[in-house]
Design a protein around this ligand. Structure first.
Ligand code: GRF
Length: 221
């Protein structure tokens, strides 16, 4: 499956996808990287990997969408992966790529959509945080959920430490979720995503966890 990855900045999730695509048997390749910013550090990662990258420096949302759509089609992209893409997308573009565009967000959606998701999680006092890969719909950070990864919130966490823990999970989750799509194992049914051959972990985890016991409390229930 040919991927088009859209970025605005650092590009560490792009890097995780580049590395996954380089591993033997991975069922996808990155055909194109699009950035809306010329100074995105992720562009250098694409260059090192020899992946075509284009900056679309266009303020008008509709014109940006038109240019992006044309490029994605020219490169025969089958799945668009938003990876730290920080612009609101034109609704026409989202509709044109419906069910063929995914995003990664640093929270357990539907909790904490929008900016500073990790800060929102700390302010809410949740004991678990994480990240979500979902199909993109018109509303920001909404859409059928494909996969999530959970990390524990620690008592001494600040935004930086929690973000780093979530980011490490993102780098595992995104390639794994894209693999499911590329293998044709996902089906969107209404607001939900069915996954063929879905394996889920059995453990229950408490946080805070008992001092004497392991955090994994039971295997079921
Ligand atoms: C990630 O936390 C991602 O979940 C969010 O933006 C950040 C992008 O980081 N959408 P990077 O550019 O992939 O390093």
């Amino acid at each position: 499956m040919r991927l088009g990855v859209m970025i605005s900045g650092r590009g560490s999730n792009l890097q995780a996808l580049i590395e996954a695509c380089a591993s033997p048997g991975y069922p996808a390749e990155i055909a194109l990287v699009i950035s809306n910013r010329g100074d995105a550090a992720g562009l250098a990662r694409a260059a090192v990997a020899g992946i075509p990258a284009t900056v679309i420096d266009e303020r008008d949302r509709a014109r940006f969408a038109e240019a992006a759509d044309r490029l994605l089609r020219r490169h025969a992209v089958g799945l668009v992966c938003l990876a730290g893409f920080m612009r609101l997308l034109d609704h026409g573009l989202v509709a044109a790529w419906r069910d063929h565009m995914v995003n990664i967000h640093p929270s357990l959606l539907p909790a904490f959509p929008g900016l500073h998701a990790q800060r929102q999680a700390l302010a809410a006092g949740v004991r678990f945080a994480g990240c979500t890969v979902h199909f993109v719909r018109a509303e920001t950070d909404r859409g059928p959920i494909l996969a999530q990864a959970v990390v524990a919130v620690h008592p001494d966490d600040d935004e930086e430490s929690l973000s780093a823990r979530i980011l490490a999970a993102e780098h595992r989750l995104y390639p794994s979720a894209v693999r499911l799509i590329a293998e044709g194992r996902t089906r969107i049914v209404g607001d939900r995503v069915e996954v063929e051959g879905w394996r889920a972990p059995e453990a229950t985890v408490l946080n805070p966890c008992p001092a004497s016991a392991d955090a994994l409390v039971s295997k079921r229930g």
